[in-house]
Design a protein around this ligand. Structure first.
Ligand code: FAD
Length: 512
């Protein structure tokens, strides 16, 4: 499809002149995709967070890397325009928006590539940066019986969107985040160059783009490591009254050898009451079983902890073998007697579990509510303090959504990527996933998040924001710490005019 370009008419001569300039540039580009004035379809000026809205000048649906390169070069030819790649818009704080700039809808490139390869004897898949992980899963399993090793909990996110952050779920303790599971990228830099990069070819761009918050280039293709897909997952939840016992078991499980542990380890905090969203009913996996609080010790506090575990197996495995293997692993854990819940689900059903929650939430009308979410990485050395102050006091009545907490291992993350992490080997991901009705309470919840971050800073906790959101350069410098200089150098090399990902608000567009 040849780009059809409309012209925006403004009152001001200066703006009309600007639009003429932009129109002229675009008319000369010969794009294969399409362009929309402003944001007629309304997708580019909103995101999952529902907290910010910035209208772009154009929404562009490219056909591939060539189109994207032309758009970036066109922006570079103007004194002020910026370019934001939009994955599936599941950011919280407007990170995929471009106020008065170009938003590139990467989903239009979702079908590109998709090729199975063998690299050094191991299977990999080439996928588009605009592909949704749920499509990658379905295709890989149904066509090849293979699957990526490391996931996010929810899969309606794009490959480029999660690789620009990290991509974390219950497999990351073993394989590292998604950024540790790609071997090659194709990237369109802020100069408009289409560059293939890997650990050995253009490594600065490769590691810069991974976890790079879109600052150095737009990922148009990723080569993702695969493994044989299991058929089934034994999905288990066990409950703890004491944080120390919960963390001891969680840390033990993520530190054990591959054949001596579960395949998936996560956890969450919930309220010690019968609230349907925040309390006991949020725990049971099998709707026929009720949570029985009579099992809880007298000493249980306002919040309880749940370890969520997954054990992979094949249809050809004997049921007794699976039962024995799971019992052996569960036997060593110190959860509250009687508070265990388990079901067997297909591997795809397990990985698509949040999709079902999304369908329910859409039916209840809460999915589209604002989401003032807060995600942090907190070092093991400070997690007890964090629990005591944040979980047991600040959010002890629940947040109207999940409160995730589970340990990760720093050694599974590559320090050459752009992701900022706490210092210690074991750190916890903490995710406060709030669903808040529209209205004044949204601002209150944003303020509560700010209080938590302020408290972490004041107490000198070893922590970083995940999916970070700061407005002031000083905060970004503190966030990146001793990686700030490397970040600035990479920016100067790959996006010297700060054209890309303006919604992150790290660098200001320059005309140099
Ligand atoms: P967008 O929100 O569209 O973009 C995010 C940023 O990346 C923007 O700055 C954008 O410009 C940039 N970007 C987008 N595409 C590209 C590209 N191809 N190349 C370069 N830059 C690009 N995260 C986890 O790690 N684990 C989870 O389990 C998890 N679960 C989630 C569940 C839900 C319901 C939601 C809403 C989010 C979840 N996230 C999780 C967070 C998610 O990984 C990030 O919000 C991610 O950025 C969303 O991907 P997206 O494709 O929608 O990206």
């Amino acid at each position: 499809m040849i780009a059809c370009l409309g012209r925006i008419v403004h009152d001001s001569d200066a703006e009309s002149k600007l639009d003429d300039d932009v129109s002229t540039i675009f008319n000369s580009l010969n794009l294969q995709g399409s362009i929309e004035n402003g944001d007629v379809s309304g997708i580019a000026s909103k995101d999952f967070g529902g907290l910010y809205s910035f209208k772009p000048l154009y929404l562009i649906r490219p056909s591939g890397a060539e189109d994207i390169s032309r758009i970036v070069k066109a922006a570079a030819g103007t004194p002020h325009l910026t370019v934001a790649a939009r994955g599936n818009g599941h950011s919280i704080n407007g990170q995929a928006m471009a106020d008065g700039g170009y938003v590139i809808d990467m989903r239009s490139t979702g079908e590109n590539h998709f090729k199975l390869l063998t690299v050094n004897g191991s299977p990999c898949i080439d996928v588009s940066g605009g592909a949704l992980w749920e499509d990658v899963l379905r295709r890989c399993v149904s066509r090849f019986g293979l699957a990526p090793r490391s996931w996010t909990d929810y899969l309606s996110l794009t490959v480029g969107g999660t690789l620009s952050n990290a991509g974390v779920s219950g497999q990351a303790f073993r394989y590292g985040p998604q950024t540790s599971n790609v071997t090659e990228l194709e990237v369109v830099t802020g100069k408009g160059d289409i560059t293939v990069c890997s650990e050995t070819q253009n490594p600065e761009l490769f590691f810069g783009a991974l976890g790079g918050l879109g600052q150095f280039g737009i990922i148009t293709r990723a080569r993702v490591k695969l493994q044989p897909a299991p058929d089934m997952v034994r999905w288990i939840r066990v409950v703890y009254a004491e944080f120390e016992e919960f963390t001891r078991d969680a840390e033990l499980l993520v530190s054990q050898k591959e054949d001596e542990s579960f395949d998936y380890v996560e956890g969450f905090v919930f309220c010690n009451n019968d609230d349907p969203v925040n309390g006991w009913p949020s725990v049971q996996l099998n709707p026929d079983q009720e949570f029985n609080p009579a099992h809880l010790p007298q000493t249980a506090g306002p919040v309880l902890y749940c370890l969520e575990l997954g054990f992979h197996y094949r249809n050809s495995d004997q049921p007794s073998t699976v039962d024995m293997a799971v019992s052996r692993l569960v036997r060593g854990l110190g959860f509250v007697d009687g508070l265990i819940s388990q079901v067997d689900v297909s591997y795809m059903g397990f990985l698509l579990r949040v999709k079902r929650a999304e369908q329910d939430a859409k039916a209840n009308g809460v999915w589209d509510n604002p989401h003032p979410w807060l995600n942090l990485f907190v070092s093991k050395s400070d997690i007890v303090d964090f629990d005591r102050t944040v979980f047991k006091k600040m959010v002890k009545n629940g947040i109207g959504g999940p409160m995730l907490i589970y340990p990760l291992l720093r050694s599974k993350w590559d320090s050459r990527t752009s992701v900022a992490l706490p210092e210690g080997e074991i750190f916890y991901i903490v995710a406060l996933l709030r669903f808040v009705p529209k209205g004044p309470s949204v601002e209150k919840k944003v303020a509560e998040n700010r209080e938590i971050v302020k408290w972490c800073i004041k107490e000198g906790l070893d922590f970083k924001l995940y999916l970070p959101h700061y407005r002031a350069k000083e905060d970004w410098k503190r966030h990146f710490g001793n990686q700030w200089t490397r970040l600035e150098k990479r920016k100067a090399n790959f996006d010297p005019m700060a054209i890309l990902a303006p919604g992150q608000r790290i660098f200001k567009r320059t005309n140099q």
